[in-house]
Design a protein around this ligand. Structure first.
Ligand SMILES: C[S@@+](CC[C@H](N)C(=O)[O-])C[C@H]1O[C@@H](n2cnc3c(N)ncnc32)[C@H](O)[C@@H]1O
Length: 301
């Protein structure tokens, strides 16, 4: 069934079922495909994922190769912080966040695929953490109180959610005044070919549900956030052996030369107000890795 024929609830059900299945897939397979969906490339090893293994707190059992950035690397988490991870999967970002927040902090992972939650809880038990909780829930209606979190992170999830505006409103609600988020996600510049845009597998594969970058940043602003900053941006290339499942040869050539960009971005923003706010150090953290970065509050994004 094509994704555009599905209602938002049906789309979410497709995503939930797909990620329940993906939770049992090998990391290598997921990394060679688009978020674990849409078939495996035999040519490209890592289509979207970044290497987590060097980050402190990394837990290999939680890394299913499903991310499209390293939001925790940019999230400026401090000891004692309360961190919420949206669409936490097997807990990959939660365990890195736990390292940053320490034993005195708290980490809450939220996901709506039961097998992901089960896997994440198993991983937390193995590590003996009593301050990392995994909660079942839909991130369009976050199961968390108002003004509780210092930091929100998320890795390659909002593109899968039909109502992205609602998610940013929810993030704003759960953050403390002065709290902030770092979110990695897929966005577009230009249009995808219809056959990609309308395919349900490509929707679950973090491609067809992606929206225009400008619209995405606009939703963040409309939700009331300040200091909106792109901390990292990298182009994503879908390998030809995957594209060929959806497009004819001439359509692939047209797509490749058409100027449409698929990007992984890591975006930071802050909720206004007093409190333990993140320092304006996004650019320093990034070093020279990304020429597109700009300092929070500089107004360049
Ligand atoms: C691409 S995976 C990323 C998992 C994890 N962030 C990582 O990097 O390993 C997307 C995750 O988001 C979850 N998800 C998608 N839509 C969701 C929603 N509306 N509410 C809660 N979780 C959702 C899926 O179940 C899946 O575990």
């Amino acid at each position: 069934m094509k994704s555009h024929q599905k209602s938002p609830e049906e789309l979410k059900e497709t995503v939930r079922q797909k990620y329940s299945q993906i939770s049992e897939q090998a990391k290598d397979y997921n990394a060679r495909s688009c978020c674990g969906a849409g078939g495996e490339s035999t040519k490209v090893y890592n289509i979207m994922t970044d290497d987590y293994s060097e980050l402190e707190g990394y837990n290999a059992d939680a890394d299913l190769g499903l991310g499209c950035g390293l939001p925790t690397q940019f999230a400026q988490i401090k000891k004692g912080d309360y961190v919420i991870d949206l669409g936490s999967g097997a807990g990959n970002d939660c365990f890195v966040a736990r390292h940053e927040a320490g034993a005195e902090g708290k980490v809450l992972g939220i996901d709506f695929a039961e097998p992901m939650i089960a896997k994440a809880r198993q991983n937390a038990d193995k590590l003996g953490f009593n301050n990392v909780e995994f909660r079942y829930g839909d991130i369009e209606e976050l199961p968390a109180s108002d003004d509780v979190a210092d930091v929100v992170v998320s890795n390659c999830v909002l593109n899968l959610v039909p109502d992205k505006e609602k998610v940013f409103t929810e993030i704003h609600r759960v953050l403390k005044p002065g709290g902030h988020f770092s979110i990695s996600d897929i966005v577009l510049e230009g249009d995808l070919p219809e056959a990609l845009r309308e395919d349900a597998e490509m929707y679950a594969g973090c491609v067809a549900g992606a929206i225009q970058k400008e619209t995405y940043l606009g939703y963040i602003k409309e939700a009331g956030f300040e200091d909106i900053t792109i901390q990292k941006e990298k182009p994503i290339e879908i390998p030809e052996d995957i594209l060929s499942q959806y497009l004819a040869e001439d359509e692939i050539a047209e797509f490749n030369s058409g100027g449409t960009g698929i990007y992984s971005i890591t975006v930071f923003a802050r909720k206004a107000g007093e409190g333990k706010s993140a320092k304006k150090e996004a650019v320093t953290m990034l070093g020279n890795a990304n020429a597109n970065a700009c300092e929070p509050g500089s107004g360049c994004c």
